[in-house]
Design a protein around this ligand. Structure first.
Ligand SMILES: [Fe+2]
Length: 293
């Protein structure tokens, strides 16, 4: 039995260390069905309240090290326009983004979240929920288990992730706003489905003026502190609405990937995590799934 793990995860309710227990088998079945259908599954109160407090404190201790970025960005996380594309191409639709990360490389050695991410029990449980094996921890030293900070006024516009699978642990909710919205399975390897992506992006701009007729594909999720969300972020267009009120929204977003070698592109790393390391340059090769990255 993993002694520290039982102080972090509610193993009585969710015995992830024993994938053969009837409780976990049932949970895996439900998560797999939700992930297949909606590309997203949630497990309430996964993290114990005491551990949640430790996570909150470890993040707040390092808030001055959070890299905040404010920019105009497209759904593929680029801020540079490509005038060679048609004017209405989704890559030429830019949206406001104001968001921050405490990068994984500055976490304390004994960090609660870092410890949790490094446990095989968690990896094997997530792999079973996805019905995909093997999956790997992300080799990106900045992004692999970063804390996400959205301050009042913060907003995360529609985008796809670079990593295939993301966990979200809600640490602190804002007073209002900060709602996660997503369009399940909108793209897949070899198929960008640009027309549907464009409809969502256009629908969002239209909504300010007229109706939200193009929000048919959009689903909303409200997470409570302690909840775990498992999510297929590379294939699912998603966003977080503007943070209202005086409190920041804190989340931790550990990630898993299909390729244990790959990391973020140098452009993404610079824009989102504020720096580029030699590994981002050495491993900057085209993706095999044919999707924009
Ligand atoms: Fe994302």
């Amino acid at each position: 039995m993993n002694n520290r793990l039982e102080t972090i995860v509610d193993l009585k309710k969710y015995p992830i260390q024993d994938l053969n227990s009837p409780l976990i088998k049932e949970l895996i079945k439900k998560c797999k069905s939700d992930l297949d259908q909606f590309s997203c599954a949630t497990i309430p109160n996964f993290i114990l309240p005491k551990s949640l407090k430790i996570m909150n404190t470890e993040l707040e201790k390092q808030l001055d090290e959070v890299y905040m970025s404010k920019q105009s960005i497209n759904a593929y996380l680029y801020s540079k326009d490509d005038p060679s594309l048609p004017k209405d191409h989704p890559k030429r639709i830019f949206m406001d983004r104001y968001n921050g990360y405490l990068n994984s490389d500055v976490f304390a050695k004994d960090s609660e979240m870092k410890f949790l991410y490094e446990q095989d029990e968690l990896l094997k449980f997530v792999s079973a929920c996805l019905g995909i094996s093997p999956i790997y921890r992300w080799a990106d030293p900045l992004a692999c288990h970063a804390y996400n900070v959205m301050k009042p006024g913060g907003v995360l516009p529609w985008h796809f992730d670079s990593c295939e699978f993301t966990l979200s642990f809600m640490i602190q909710k804002p007073e209002k706003g900060g709602i996660f919205e997503y369009c399940p399975n909108i793209r897949e390897p070899g198929n960008e489905n640009l027309e549907e992506v464009k409809k969502v992006l256009d629908g969002d701009r239209e909504v300010k003026k007229v109706l939200d007729g193009d929000r048919k594909r959009v689903r909303q999720l409200e997470l409570e502190p302690g909840d775990l969300q498992i999510f297929k972020g590379r294939f699912t267009l998603h966003r977080v609405t503007k943070i209202e009120g005086n409190h920041s929204r804190y989340l931790c977003i550990p990630a898993y990937v299909l390729d244990p070698w790959r990391v973020n592109t140098p452009e993404h790393s610079k824009a989102i995590y504020g720096k580029v390391l030699p590994i981002h340059i050495e491993r900057n090769k085209p993706r095999s799934d044919g999707l924009a990255d």
